[in-house]
Design a protein around this ligand. Structure first.
Ligand code: FES
Length: 273
């Protein structure tokens, strides 16, 4: 059993939990994920590691309450335990040779973008963070991002905080303004990652996207995270979650990803605790 030692509501739908899991904390790296199961009757759910503390032996996860399992997890309090917390899984992000990187986070994707920015910062890489949200009420991890970024740019769709506009507007302006990025790391909704990749392609900037959101059981068996990359079939949970954004077939991915939306919403409505 894994004990919850800290809990924070980051906004009305996003929760942070710090969980005692010393063996996971010992080996965790940015870009990897864990699989949790709340109790014996719950499904397995993969979530990217948002942070870890090797000394305390804790791992932090940040998640949006979107369905039955994430709502059940969010209902747990400090001192409660969850049944399974397995990891770290997936291939950690490679940072070799980078001097300057732009990390782009969209919405709750900032929870995954943060450990990337932090890891790069700890390696001495210059990091520009561009964080995008629909409005001021759902901004998360602002202070944490500022602490690890050389420059932090906050964008909101409606202009209620930071600059009005999309992350791609800012990214394009920064590239055209002379910033020479060795890579762009983009994490957020699939359409956002698609448009970040389209923005960087004409400039030939290596672009890494994290396809964690498409995972289901995280075992390589369900096939739910199947994605076409460079014309070849890949599985996000086994071959990723990171992929070259210029090679990912985002249109196919978006079509497949929306197949179970109605059922998910129905389950959440009828089973929320
Ligand atoms: Fe099931 Fe990858 S999440 S195969």
């Amino acid at each position: 059993m894994f004990r919850i030692v800290n809990k924070k509501e980051l906004n009305s739908s996003v929760t942070l939990l710090e969980i005692e899991a010393p063996f996971v904390a010992k080996k965790a790296k940015a870009g990897q994920f864990i699989i949790f199961r709340v109790d014996d009757y719950s499904e397995r759910v993969p979530l990217t590691i948002a942070d870890y503390d090797r000394e305390k032996g804790t791992v932090t996860i940040i998640f949006q309450k979107v369905g039955l399992s994430t709502n059940l997890l969010a209902s747990k309090e400090v001192g409660d335990t969850i049944r399974d917390f397995v990891g770290p899984l997936g291939i950690a992000t490679e940072y070799e040779g980078y001097k300057k990187v732009a990390v782009v986070g969209g919405g709750v994707g900032c929870a995954i973008a943060y450990p990337q920015a932090k890891a790069l910062h700890e390696l001495g890489v210059a990091v520009d963070v561009i964080a995008g949200f629909r409005n001021k009420d759902i901004v998360i991890l602002e202070e944490e991002m500022k602490a690890v970024a050389d420059n932090y740019y906050l964008m909101t769709d409606d202009g209620t905080k930071g600059e009005k506009g999309f992350v791609t507007d800012k990214l394009k302006a920064l590239i055209e303004g002379g910033n020479q990025y060795d890579a762009v790391i983009a994490i957020g909704p699939i359409p956002m990652m698609k448009f970040v990749s389209l923005t960087t392609k004409p400039f030939g900037i290596k672009t890494i996207v994290s396809l964690n959101p498409i995972m289901i059981d995280g075992t390589g068996m369900c096939g739910g995270c199947r994605v076409t990359v460079g014309g070849k079939i890949k599985f996000a949970c086994v071959d990723g979650p990171d992929f070259d954004g210029h090679e990912v077939d985002f249109d196919e991915l978006m079509n497949r990803n929306s197949i179970y939306k109605e059922q998910e919403a129905e389950m959440a409505k009828t089973h929320i605790c």
